[in-house]
Design a protein around this ligand. Sequence first.
Ligand code: C5P
Length: 402
Amino acid sequence: MALKNKRILLIISGGIAAYKSLDLIRRLRERGATVIPVMTKAAEEFVTALSVGALAAHKVHIELFERDDEVDVGHIRLARDCDLVLVAPATADLMGKMANGLANDLASTILLATDRPVLLAPAMNPKMWSQPAVSRNASQLMIDGAHFIGPMRGEMAESGEEGTGRMAEPLDIVAEVETLLDTDPKPLAGKKAIVTSGPTHEPIDPVRYIANRSSGTQGHAIAAALQRAGADVTLVSGPVALADPRGVKTVHVERAEEMRDAVLSALPADIAVMVAAVADWRVASASGEKIKKQAHGGVPMLPLTENPDILKTIGHHPKRPKLVIGFAAETNDVEENGRAKLTRKGADFIVANDVSAETGIMGGKRNQVSVIGHDGVEHWPDMDKGEVAERLVAMIASRLNG
Ligand code: C5P
């Protein structure tokens, strides 16, 4: 219920993407927000006030001059009696009015009268979005302090055209609203963090590679949790099927050597959390061409060579971050091996977990870890990888701030 007690004034302007606003209302309410809907006349051509009002469980405001409300200075009250004004979809027309201070209907009047944060989710035909006039208006609105989410690239609902103009997805809009209204303390504000995540792919030839079962779930969750705690996060990710975490600078790499280079170029930092399952070895000389099945008269020999140990490099680096944390995926003697790594790698903590196949941790959603430090071990209970991330970030914050 991240939006409990929050009042969101949702302005729906007239575009085909207005159908997504119905889902947006549901999503906002699921998180505890009160949604006060305002529709432009054009919006009514796309969705009915009846559906909007039913989903919001709130009166829908459309007219500028409503007799009953005017007694109470309707539009001024609406504009101020909320925590945030969200415009979704925001049409080129409404943005044009806003950018130029025009107010000839309820929506534009509220936008001119409000002193609350304003978040715009534009949606329009890609040709319209790329018009200089629209770009000018969008830039002006940013200068004036409006926040934007999207538009996104993709197929247009009405024409099937590809391009930038789709309204952002409701869940992403909700996440942005939460970020803008987030009043949580930011214990890691001003701190810089580097996180590695996922596996590495070590090429054998242009089509084959050596890899492992890491999904990147834990590392990405830690990067996202550090970002939410206010840190400036660089995530260096191997090949994964996960989206880049919001607000995190994500560098995509394939090989261990590329991962090392990306990590080193992100220094200096205050925090390093090395979660990636970096391949220990790579093929000494990967073939530039696909190795033919027949070429070796049997199976090819693939001599391996050691990959750089990124955690160890960081742990002993002249620009070593204040806090260096490694992960240790073990299948036996978890604690003992973790402790040995602490010293060898120059880390402050090793988060050790048992990745024996039966635990389902590698590639799964849950994790059960032991946090090994120089002054003892903590055994954490089995939890969701997101919770492990939150708890680890709380520990990082208390170490750095304590
Ligand atoms: O030695 P081991 O691979 O088990 O150590 C695991 C820890 O070291 C993890 O934090 C992992 O990200 C890091 N590591 C690394 N570079 C390597 C191998 C492991 O950063 N080449």
